[in-house]
Design a protein around this ligand. Structure first.
Ligand SMILES: Cc1cc2nc3c(=O)[nH]c(=O)nc-3n(C[C@H](O)[C@H](O)[C@H](O)COP(=O)(O)OP(=O)(O)OC[C@H]3O[C@@H](n4cnc5c(N)ncnc54)[C@H](O)[C@@H]3O)c2cc1C
Ligand SMILES: NC(=O)C1=CN([C@@H]2O[C@H](COP(=O)(O)OP(=O)(O)OC[C@H]3O[C@@H](n4cnc5c(N)ncnc54)[C@H](OP(=O)(O)O)[C@@H]3O)[C@@H](O)[C@H]2O)C=CC1
Ligand SMILES: O=C(O)C(=O)Cc1c[nH]c2ccccc12
Length: 398
């Protein structure tokens, strides 16, 4: 490692344990697991708060889609009195208590701009806007949803009205009585459309592709929970078949509503591509009643509306892009083969948590908070084993 330049010495900081990038649920879970193993760490967070995705970039009506037992972090569960599907505010309050229980104190306003392994010294150099941090280990916990995906849609720049990505959408009250084009029909597109309906707006949701919609619950049991149980007993393809039979029973034929199903089943598709099935919390009935209009692909955006592939042309007051998110790892992690150009670990689940030279990832499993919890335990154990050997070595040396 080339030593820090003289004038920068005061900002060159040696970190004993690992450097954790990101103080979302994954960073907090990792920090807690390390602390339980007696390993200190430094958490760098670019925002001014923990769980910034949840605090700053989600809409008001958001609730967890999966029951709380599938969304809890290691060693400290949700409070007993929280409902089965906690609200966004409850989730944030859980994150706050989690951080304070494990005395996690991230360094806020520290956006990691570059991280590079120095093969000469065997250390990682992690640079933020004002400091350089140096450690044997770096843990990437910046999330699969770090940046909004804003697609290039012909004419979007000439649209006269507001255009907002779901990460900037708070509530339909700002869109009352408006005609709104919602581009995308994942969980965000469906829920924003539902929220717009509840505020007397008229959402037109663009569905350009196939999509799996499943009921959130079947006979009072979470569909996700049922799927997890069945997967322990039956082959994946059979579980998918069962889910689809039940879905068609409870939701009817969604193809008729313009929501064509993919040929691959919902769990197989999730595992293969990461595409999350929509868990319906009410949008479907609004589609059925015509309050949410389903539209085909957009051909182009005009000054005051959109032209669609099927030839229709409509006026809109606003556009909401529910077009998903992407990782930001390629923007700051330098010369590291461990990540693809999309910023996801190259090694597929369940082995993507550990790379070479002391790099680790948490929360890139495409398996939500359940994946985060399992990664955090494995990463902390692995680093703690090295930590102990290192400490023993130091004691013997002295
Ligand atoms: C609307 C929405 C709802 C969801 N609901 C669920 C759900 O119900 N259940 C579920 O299991 N999953 C859900 N998810 C998935 C979601 O990814 C997880 O809930 C969770 O937030 C992932 O945690 P994370 O810490 O990996 O990433 P994030 O929550 O995205 O946290 C990453 C942190 O890293 C910080 N960061 C990013 N780049 C840098 C940088 N360069 N330097 C420093 N800090 C940086 C960010 O500011 C952020 O605070 C949802 C996702 C979305 C978008
Ligand atoms: N309550 C909860 O738990 C919630 C959870 N989430 C989670 O957050 C994550 C992100 O979800 P979400 O924001 O919905 O993103 P997704 O990536 O799941 O969905 C993006 C949608 O946008 C469409 N799209 C992208 N580009 C275009 C384009 N150019 N033209 C038309 N359509 C386009 C995609 O279509 P295509 O398939 O054709 O690419 C897809 O329908 C998911 O894991 C989701 O489950 C989100 C909301 C609520
Ligand atoms: O809401 C999300 O994106 C999640 O990641 C939760 C989740 C993880 N695995 C799933 C499978 C089906 C539906 C939701 C999820």
């Amino acid at each position: 490692m080339g030593s820090c330049k003289e004038e920068q010495l005061s900002k060159c900081i040696w970190v004993q344990g690992p450097i954790l990038v990101g103080a979302g649920p994954s960073g907090l879970a990792a920090s807690a697991c390390l602390s339980c193993q007696g390993v200190p760490c430094l958490v760098l967070e670019k925002a001014d708060c923990i769980a910034s995705l949840w605090q700053q970039r989600t809409y008001d009506r958001l609730k967890l889609h999966l029951p709380k037992q599938f969304c809890q972090l290691p060693f400290l569960g949700f409070p007993e009195d929280f409902p089965k599907y906690p609200t966004k505010d409850q989730f944030i309050s859980y994150m706050e208590s989690y951080a304070s229980h494990f005395s996690i104190k991230p360094r806020f306003n520290q956006a990691v701009r570059a991280a590079e392994f120095d093969s000469g010294s065997g250390f990682w150099r992690v640079r933020t806007q004002d400091s350089e941090y140096i450690s044997r280990w770096v843990i990437v916990a910046t999330g699969e949803n770090a940046e909004p995906v804003v697609p290039e849609i012909l004419g979007l720049d000439r649209f006269n009205g507001p255009v907002v990505h779901t990460s900037g959408y708070k509530s339909g009250c700002e869109f009352r009585n408006q005609k709104v084009l919602v581009v995308g029909c994942g969980n965000s597109g469906m829920e924003v459309s539902l929220d717009l309906c509840r505020h007397n707006a008229v959402p037109h949701m663009v569905v350009r592709n196939t999509v799996h919609v499943l009921p959130r619950e079947i006979l009072g049991f979470s569909t996700f929970g049922i799927a997890m149980t069945l997967l322990k007993l039956l082959p994946l393809k059979l579980v998918d078949k069962i889910l689809l039979i039940v879905a068609s029973f409870t939701l009817g034929n969604t193809d008729k509503l313009g929501l064509r199903r993919p040929k691959t089943g919902p769990i197989e598709l999730k595992n293969a591509t990461g595409k999350t099935p929509v868990l319906d919390v009410g949008a479907l009935s609004q589609i059925r009643s015509g309050k949410i209009k389903v539209m085909e692909s957009v051909k182009e955006i005009t000054r005051n509306g959109a032209r669609f592939m099927d030839g229709q042309e409509k006026e809109f007051d606003s556009i909401v892009l529910a077009t998903g998110y992407k990782s930001n790892v390629p923007t700051w992690l330098k010369s590291c083969e461990f990540f693809t150009k999309d910023g996801m670990p190259r090694t597929p689940f369940p082995d993507g948590w550990k790379g070479e030279n002391g790099i680790y990832t948490i929360g890139f499993t495409r398996r939500g908070l359940l994946g985060t919890a399992s990664d955090a335990v494995k990463v902390a154990q692995d680093i703690a084993d090295q930590w102990r050997i290192m400490k023993q070595g130091t004691q013997e040396f002295f």
